[in-house]
Ligand binder design. Sequence first.
Ligand SMILES: NC(=O)c1ccc[n+]([C@@H]2O[C@H](COP(=O)([O-])OP(=O)(O)OC[C@H]3O[C@@H](n4cnc5c(N)ncnc54)[C@H](O)[C@@H]3O)[C@@H](O)[C@H]2O)c1
Length: 305
Amino acid sequence: MRVLVTGGAGFFGSHVVDALLARGDAVLVVDDLSTGDLANLDKRAVLKIGDVSDPAALAKALRGERVDSVVHCAAKTKVVESMEKEALYRRVIVDGTRNVLDVSKTLGASVFVNISTGGAIYGETPECAAETAPTAPESNYGRFKAEAERLVDLSGLTSITLRLANIYGPRQRKDLEGGVIAIFIGCWKRGEPITVYGDGSYQRDYVYVSDVVEGVLVALGGKHRGVYNIGTGVATSVNDLVSALTLVLGPPADIRSAPARRVEVLRGCVDPSKAARDRLWRPQISLADGLRLTAVAEGALAAPA
Ligand SMILES: NC(=O)c1ccc[n+]([C@@H]2O[C@H](COP(=O)([O-])OP(=O)(O)OC[C@H]3O[C@@H](n4cnc5c(N)ncnc54)[C@H](O)[C@@H]3O)[C@@H](O)[C@H]2O)c1
C-alpha cells in the first residue's frame, strides 16, 4: 500500500510512519515542520514540505502522486494556544482538513483515517465518555477538531475518525497535556525534583503511542467507519502517575508542590468499548509497561538484558 501521512514528522505521525514502513508500505508525508522534527522521520518516507491550510501549495506538493489511503495527523494541538490564536487554529484544523480531504480524492485514496481528540472534545467526563456522549469542547482546539470530524463524515470518502486519549511514549512533546509523562521522566533521568501542581488529583486517560498506532493500522483496512474512541478507559491522576513511575524508576529526587494551574477539565477519559466490540482495537499495553518502555527509550532506565 502507498499511504499519505499528514503531520508525519510529528510525535504521533512519525510513529504511524514507522509502523507503515515496518509492514512494507510506501509512505508519503506532508508536513510543514512547524512543530514536527526531521529527526523524527525515517529516511525511507518521502517528505513533501507543505502547509495543509494552503490548498494551492498542497496540490503542488502532491502533483502527480497516487495513494491508497490517508492518515490525517497534521494539526495545531495546544489547547491554551488555541484560545490566543483562534484564526490560525481554524485555518490549520478546519480548512486544512477540508484541503486534505479534497486532495485525497485527487490522489485516488480509498480510505481516510482522521486523527481527532477524545481529551479535548468531550469536556468534563465524570464517567469515561462513549462516542454517543454529547461533545462539549471548551477550547478552540476541541471545537475545530469537532468541526473537522464533521467535514470528514460528509466527505463521501470511506472514512473513520479516531478520538485519541492522551498519548505518551518516545519522542513525546513536553508542551502538551500528556507531556507530563515526558517531563517527569526527564526529571527522573537528570535526578531533578518533580513539580506537582495543585493537589495532583486531576485525571487523564494515558495511552501508549504504539498501542494507538495498532488501531490506525486496523482502521486503514477500511472495514470500520464513523467515530471510535481510542484510550484505556482508565483515568489516572498525577499522584497515581508519580506512584506508577516510582515503581518503575524508584523514588524521585524530590516532589515539590506548586499552585494549581488552570486545566481544561479535571477528569478526561474515553470509553474504548465500541472499538473493542467492533474488533477495531483494544488497549494492550498497561501504564506500567508503557512507562517502562518510555523510560528506556528516553535513557532514564537501562534496557532489559
Ligand atoms: N499528543 C496527544 O496526546 C494527542 C491526543 C489526541 C489527539 N492528538 C492528535 O494527534 C495528531 C498529532 O499530534 P501530535 O501530538 O503528534 O502533535 P505534533 O505537533 O507533534 O504533530 C503535528 C504535526 O503536524 C505538523 N503540522 C502542523 N501544522 C501543519 C500544517 N499547517 N501543514 C502541515 N503540517 C502541519 C507539525 O509540523 C507536526 O509534525 C493531531 O491531529 C492531534 O490533534 C494528539
